[in-house]
Design a protein around this ligand. Structure first.
Ligand code: FMN
Length: 160
């Protein structure tokens, strides 16, 4: 008998986009993520820096494992590298079916205080050590970035 694992878990990975993704392509991707994730009770965040993704997925262990399997086969990116898959006591992004930020190195350094992002030899997210990834998640979890996530809001027009 296959045992189910419904315990709350966190998975983080990095990957490299297969081509430069336009703002519209990212918006379309996020729409699917948010729709699917809300049904599966998955939360998290997605960062995009210089053609690399950093994603955090939170939810039931088995759902996260299956989602990661699916995402890692997606042709829009490659070199998908799992950084951590660990038990979680409490969700850090409970209100976010998928928070999104496209960031520059300068912004990352400012938000996280991790100045090594500014080193020219630093490869950004890719090949990032787990401890550094956890520090990155912690910095974003405290909410300073949320105000800037404009993809969560529908444009409003004022006047006729
Ligand atoms: C960087 C990246 C992150 C993604 N994140 C998610 C996600 O959080 N949730 C999700 O459902 N799909 C995500 N996807 C998309 C999936 O790979 C897949 O295209 C989508 O879930 C639709 O699958 P379906 O055709 O089986 O419905 C992501 C894709 C990429 C390239």
């Amino acid at each position: 008998m296959i045992s189910e694992n419904n315990s709350l878990s966190l998975l983080a990975y990095t990957s490299i986009a297969n081509h430069y993704m336009s703002h519209q392509e990212l918006i379309d991707l996020l729409a699917v993520c948010r729709e699917n994730n809300s049904h599966a009770d998955v939360t998290g965040m997605l960062l995009y820096l210089e053609g690399c993704f950093f994603q955090v997925l939170e939810g039931e262990h088995d759902k996260i494992e299956a989602l990661y399997e699916k995402i890692s086969k997606d042709k829009r990116h490659h070199s998908v590298m799992k950084l951590t898959f660990e038990p979680l006591v409490e969700r850090g992004f409970a209100n976010w079916t998928m928070g999104y930020q496209s960031v520059t190195r300068e912004e990352l350094a400012e938000i996280t205080g991790l100045t090594d992002f500014l080193d020219t030899e630093n490869t950004g997210f890719h090949g990032m050590e787990t401890t550094r990834a956890l520090k990155l998640i912690e910095c974003f979890r405290d909410g300073r970035w949320i105000r800037k996530d404009l993809t969560q809001y529908k444009p409003i027009s004022i006047g006729a």
